[in-house]
Write a protein that binds this ligand. Structure first.
Ligand code: FAD
Length: 388
């Protein structure tokens, strides 16, 4: 007799959401979290597209700010912006409070939460996890243990990730426009970028991800703040660091009676590294398939999770990978001319109309229709072919 139907490793937002959904179906679920307190330390900018409300429960208390528009800055500071008039484009969340809320909700729905439980070993075949010598058995093991997942290591998956650094800053009287988040692009950090996400008129999260170690990221972030007119006298209130997995279409997410969800499965948007909305959607698919597998006592059904997730995201994520690869290949001159053309062709209007932080393929199709790519291609090609 197993200890539980499902043992979830990791009480992050995705693991807790899965646990709640599985418990709601009547499965006995336990979550094992290595930290003594859920959600701490913060490792997130907390920017979630408005679709979050369609994919998970979002209490008003955890929303710190509503975002209506975005400003994109080229390396030489040409700016193109988009804005939604009525409903917010995105929300800025108190991620620590949200993680706690989601784990509490799982518990209220019947899941058991064990804090201070660092899982050190996983037997994918027999459905066993170990906290030191202590063995816990379950019909299904769910790895929701983030970007450095030990469950994923049992799948022989290679975990590829980039580092991210972020500061909480206070600019005092200098005043942010709370309606807009800002993105600065630069070939030095591509495919990453620098974000400035206001929490209030005086405070913001400023951060970046890029293919550097934490020391170099901190150097780039400091330089960005020191040379930015609005930010240069900012007080740095807190510093945060974390890892963002790189999306990998080949990553295996089902092995024997074990599955991966969220960051442990590299379920992140290639363009932005955002993992919450896609992680929540995959947690839902996973909960349905795990229930079916346990109910019919047939673990082969778990393989449908890999198929369903890949099918659902194939087009969107491969489009985002193309965008990311193109972005990576652009020099600062290219980025300047692309953003200048975006401004001339009023791409902001297209993005405002079709804009959605999570389904970027729709925007890309409209941008292609606008002729933007054809207007910048000659420059890009001549640089690539003739080295100009
Ligand atoms: C700086 C930064 C900014 C980001 N900004 C955004 C953003 O604005 N929007 C967005 O959508 N996404 C953002 N992300 C990504 C987002 O934070 C992740 O996609 C999200 O946290 C994934 O949730 P998860 O539950 O899969 O994993 P995690 O949140 O990493 O949770 C994993 C949990 O597992 C626990 N754990 C790990 N190993 C073990 C073990 N061996 N035993 C027991 N427990 C274990 C951990 O302690 C943790 O609680 C950002 C990431 C970073 C680093």
């Amino acid at each position: 007799m197993n200890d539980y139907d499902v043992a979830v490793v990791g009480a992050g937002p995705v693991g807790s959401t899965f646990a709640r959904l599985a418990a709601e179906k009547g499965l006995s679920v336990a979550i094992f979290e290595k930290k003594k307190e859920v959600g701490i330390p913060l490792q997130c900018a907390g920017l979630l597209g408005r679709k979050i409300k369609d994919v998970n429960i979002l209490p008003e208390e955890v929303i710190l700010n509503e975002i209506y528009g975005a400003c994109l800055y080229s390396p030489s500071n040409t700016m193109v912006y988009m804005r939604r008039k009525k409903e917010p484009l995105a929300y800025v969340l108190d991620r620590i409070a949200y993680d706690k809320f989601l784990s509490q909700l799982a518990v209220e729905n019947g899941a058991k939460l064990f804090l201070n439980h660092n899982i050190t070993k996983v037997d994918t075949k027999n459905g066993e996890i170990y906290q030191g010598d202590k063995k816990i058995s379950a019909e299904v093991i769910v790895g929701a243990d983030g970007p450095s997942s030990i469950v994923s290591k049992e799948f022989s998956n290679k975990s590829k990730f980039v580092h991210a650094a972020q500061y909480l800053i206070d600019i005092g009287e200098n005043s942010f426009d709370e309606d807009y988040f800002k993105v600065n692009v630069n070939s030095e950090i591509s495919p990453g970028f620098i974000w400035t996400i206001p929490l209030s008129k005086s405070t913001a999260r400023v951060g970046l991800f890029a293919n550097y170690d934490y020391k170099n990221l901190t150097g780039i972030l400091n330089k960005f703040i020191e040379t930015n007119e609005k930010l240069k006298n900012a007080k740095i209130l807190k510093k945060y660091y974390g890892k963002i997995p790189l999306y990998d279409s080949k990553k295996k997410v089902v092995k024997d009676r074990t599955i991966l969800i969220g960051d442990s499965a590299s379920q992140v948007k290639p363009t932005t590294g955002g993992g919450l909305i896609i992680g929540f959607k995959c947690a839902k698919i996973a909960s349905e398939i795990v229930y079916e597998a346990i109910d019919s006592n047939n673990m082969n059904i778990l393989k449908n999770y890999q198929k369903k997730y890949k099918k659902m995201y194939k087009n969107e994520l491969s489009m985002q990978l193309k965008v990311q690869n193109t972005y990576k290949s652009l020099s600062n001159d290219d980025l300047d001319s692309v953003i200048l053309k975006m401004k001339e062709k009023e791409i902001g209007k297209i993005v405002s109309k079709y804009g959605d932080l999570d389904s970027q393929s729709v925007i890309m199709k409209e941008i292609i229709k606008s002729g933007l790519l054809f207007s910048v291609l000659p420059k890009l090609l001549s640089r690539t072919i003739f080295g100009l």
